[in-house]
Design a protein. Sequence first.
Length: 240
Amino acid sequence: MALVTGSTGGIGHAIALAFSEAGARVAINGRNQERVSAVAGNLEGAIEAAFDITDYDAAERAIDNLVKEAGRFDILVCSAGVRDRRTVAEIEPEEYRQVLEANTVSAFQLSRLATARMTHPEIGRVIFVSSTAGKRPFRSDPAYASSKAAMESLARSMAFEFGPVGTTTNVIAPGFIATEYNKPLAEEETIKEFVRNRVPAQRWAEPVEVANVAVFLASDAASYVNGHVLAVDAGMSVIL
């Protein structure tokens, strides 16, 4: 059984669909119960897990319920998060903390809850969805970029901690992905020019292209992949 946070839309939704198609039972997560029910209703055997990822009491109750209903717990994918595209001067410390809470602290706490409840830790999987911005930030995006960098460092620490029992922790760092959230951005001329000049494929990726990587990392084929940050960006991050 796999819990995919933020799976009512975007990359998280694509991962949930791909897991289901690969034969996994998936728990659909989001804050909106109606959207969670709608997505779960279209996937065979899916379980509804509507909770806010920063509400840790609710998260613990939800994960305990998932284990009871599914009879096992194997995979956690942390895909949900927030972005605040403002400069250091514009973001107040409390607003910065909110980004860290949603993107990094939640991943830490959900991982603690999940790894303690994995029924077969020898094949357990934790997957974080980060961003290429974690290593190469864009201008005026300090909160998001630093939260993702911290997430990647957390994954490396977890790889050491849980690797001995067989549970792997890895990160997917997407580049330009054509989610519904990014559609307005994709129409900006400066962004179009950047993609043409800096992304070798000269296009945005579809969410399923990230989801396919998640399926690999969750599979037995990736049993010896641990503590790795896998960029899904068509080579953008290796170009100077």
